[in-house]
Design a protein around this ligand. Structure first.
Ligand code: SF4
Length: 295
């Protein structure tokens, strides 16, 4: 026995644990109707353990659906060492699985890297955090890359922890609009995003990666300390450790309570992506950064 799942009382050897995670992903896909048999699935592969685990599991599941196909997408924000290592891990692992790989960089798409934005003092002049710029622009880059490869759906490796963190972050930011994260929602001209790990806690994905011999990164992002998410992550890990099952309760509560607040999005007048505004945050940020850089 190598793993005891405290919130359910189940106990597993390493082989059964690996099989159980694949079954949990199958169950999640079926419960939320995340994927369709003819989908071209763009898997967001950062090169970290979570995304490589997701790619490995989806490659296994996809074999049962001959009309579906997978393509790995990596967004390179241009963070030396940290992202260089992740891109290398992604390239090697994707190649090993024999899956097509599309890499899109901030430099190519926006004309600047995240590190250039930080080093030129633009985060200070715009009073922004590197993670805010990174997250918003990476999301847009992922959509563009998925369109480039003709994907019908984007699968991300967001875990149960990530989703609960985001719901809490939205509340802390005063954002009471509700969009369920990682559940397929079809809208004209929009590639839906799904999160097949949405019912799997982060530590189980880490264990899956470990027993699957998926490469772990040695570099940590140099901007992670500025993240608003990290203190919430640390709190939730400690809380779940003391009170197993709390993350599932939180997910269910958020999704039940906020369902009433769901609002259909507008479309950004510049890029056509869903947004609550007229111009989406990504297009706004891109414009602000390019203007600052031109001074
Ligand atoms: Fe981007 Fe922040 Fe994550 Fe670094 S820690 S990769 S800056 S979101």
């Amino acid at each position: 026995m190598v793993f005891s799942r405290r919130y359910s009382g189940e106990r597993f050897c390493s082989r059964c644990f690996l099989e159980n995670i694949v079954e949990k992903v199958r169950y999640t896909i079926s419960k939320y109707h995340l994927l369709k048999p003819f989908d071209k699935i763009a898997v967001a592969v950062s090169g970290g353990k979570d995304s490589l685990s997701l790619l490995k599991i989806l490659a296994k599941i996809e074999r049962d659906y001959p009309r579906a196909s997978l393509v790995a997408i990596t967004i390179d924000e241009g963070i030396p060492e940290y992202r260089d290592e992740a891109v290398k891990n992604a390239e090697e692992y994707v190649k090993k699985l024999g899956i097509p790989h599309h890499i899109l960089s901030f430099k190519k798409l926006y004309g600047f890297t995240l590190t250039e934005v930080v080093e030129e003092g633009i985060v200070e002049s715009l009073s922004l955090r590197p993670c805010t710029i990174c997250g918003v622009l990476r999301r847009k880059a992922l959509t563009i890359a998925a369109k480039e490869v003709g994907a019908t759906v984007i699968a991300t490796a967001h875990t149960l922890d990530d989703i609960v963190q985001t719901y809490i972050l939205n509340i802390f930011r005063g954002d009471t609009r509700f969009t369920p994260i990682g559940i397929r929602r079809e809208a004209e001209g929009v590639i839906p995003r799904v999160a097949p790990f949405r019912l799997i806690p982060e530590y189980e994905v880490v264990l899956y990666a470990y027993y699957s011999e998926i490469p772990f990164q040695t570099y940590v992002c140099p901007y992670t300390e500025t993240s608003m998410r990290d203190p919430i992550r640390a709190f939730l890990i400690e809380y779940e450790e003391r009170f197993p099952g709390s993350l599932f309760s939180a997910l269910n509560s958020f999704e039940r309570v906020f369902e009433k607040n769901f609002q259909e999005s507008n479309m950004c007048v510049k890029c056509g992506d869903p947004t609550s505004r007229v111009i989406c945050r990504a297009c706004e940020l891109e414009e602000m950064i390019l203007e600052e850089m031109s001074h």
